[in-house]
Design a protein around this ligand. Structure first.
Ligand SMILES: [Zn+2]
Length: 366
């Protein structure tokens, strides 16, 4: 599915449309939004309790990659997987948490207490968040009924992700399942929850045989459902391009894909980031609002200056304190010179453009 019908306008056509000659347009800083077109007819954003017209969620930011529920052993498994990869490569061990999800501050864990989690969501709402995506699924130990209860109590529209996470987390059947069986399992999950995205779908180091199989299956499940896809990259940026290649080969339009955790890929030339943007996919800066911000602000600035603001997605991949993308990270970009208009479009418009899809299967009656 194209996000906007037949094709996007060229920059020249867009400028002519608003009465500017191409010569004059060259003097205008390229924010990268002139060619943004409306949502396709029939597009919806699928949350746990209802399908929204994308316009209904325009009153605030959408955080496209957070977590409201993960298994109690998730963080230990995550650290063990990262440490194993580094050891296998002969790299020194990382300090705790580096490159991974931000540490939860001390105190009671909202992931184990529905009332606390509902409070977290209510706070995010007050801070200007209109919708949150939960990027978990069963192999990450996500408890969907917990997420439902917190969404219900807080009134926050929550999009549920679904899928299979990455090799260290796969259920053991994955290695013996055929690609077709995985496609069926993915579509079943998507129907049952109901899910509004496939994600987070990941690889850890070099993509394994099973990870490639799962990515192909996710691509095929997308063609049956139209659900957008967001990914997890492990070692900074590794496999980012390969993930997009596999999905595209399976029939997915890149504009339905967000390649994740690319704030960890520190490259002043932003080559991989720009390649992904040029191919039409979204580049995700999704661990915002913490120590990693300093390295990410220049990356984001380079991409905005290169005209790719309409390809950026921000989120925090957090388990509490969800609004810090807006309250901590966005002010840093503002201080670096990004206008309110561009920030609004990145935080409010881009995630809705990413999440909105024309369903191919009816929503399950609840
Ligand atoms: Zn995540």
């Amino acid at each position: 599915m194209s996000e906007s019908g037949p094709r996007r306008m060229t920059r020249r056509e867009a400028m002519e449309l608003i009465g500017l000659s191409a010569a004059c347009a060259a003097a205008i800083p390229r924010a990268g939004f002139a060619q943004t077109l409306p949502f396709p007819k029939g597009a919806i954003i699928r949350t746990l309790f209802k399908d929204y017209a994308p316009e209904e969620l325009a009153g605030g930011a959408t955080l496209f990659h957070e977590h409201m529920s993960l298994g109690p052993d998730f963080n230990d498994k995550f650290r063990a997987a990262s440490a194993a990869v580094r050891a296998a490569q002969g790299l020194p061990a990382l300090p705790p948490r580096a490159g991974g999800p931000p540490a939860a501050p001390p105190g009671a864990d909202p992931m184990r207490d529905v009332a606390l989690m509902a409070e977290e969501l209510a706070t995010a709402k007050r801070d200007g968040v209109a919708c949150i995506v939960d990027g978990g699924h069963p192999d990450m130990g996500r408890d969907l009924s917990f997420v439902r209860q917190a969404a219900m109590k807080s009134g926050m529209p929550v999009v549920a992700g679904c899928g299979f996470y990455s090799q260290p987390f796969y259920p053991k059947e994955i290695s013996t399942m055929t690609e077709g069986q995985i496609v069926e399992a993915l579509v079943r999950q998507a129907d049952e929850e109901p899910a509004g995205a496939f994600g987070e779908i990941g690889s850890w180091d070099e993509m394994t045989v099973d990870e490639r199989k799962v990515f192909r299956a996710v691509g095929k499940a997308h063609t049956l459902t139209n659900l957008p896809i967001f990914t997890h990259t492990g070692i900074p940026g590794k496999a980012a391009i390969e993930q997009l290649d596999i999905l595209e080969d399976a029939g997915v339009n890149p504009n339905r894909v967000a390649i994740g955790h690319l704030g960890n890929l520190v490259d002043p030339n932003v080559y991989v980031h720009k390649t992904i943007c040029r191919r039409g996919a979204f580049v995700a800066f999704d661990r915002q609002g913490g120590n990693g911000d300093a390295q990410q602000v220049p990356l984001v600035m380079s991409l905005i200056e290169a005209g790719f603001a309409d390809r950026l997605l921000f989120s925090s991949d957090a388990s509490r304190g969800y609004s810090k993308t807006l309250t901590v990270f966005v002010p840093k970009l503002k201080a670096a010179g990004v206008t309110d208009d561009v920030l609004h479009r990145i935080t409010v418009d881009n995630p809705r453009r990413f999440l909105a899809f024309v369903p191919k299967r009816p929503r399950k009656k609840s």
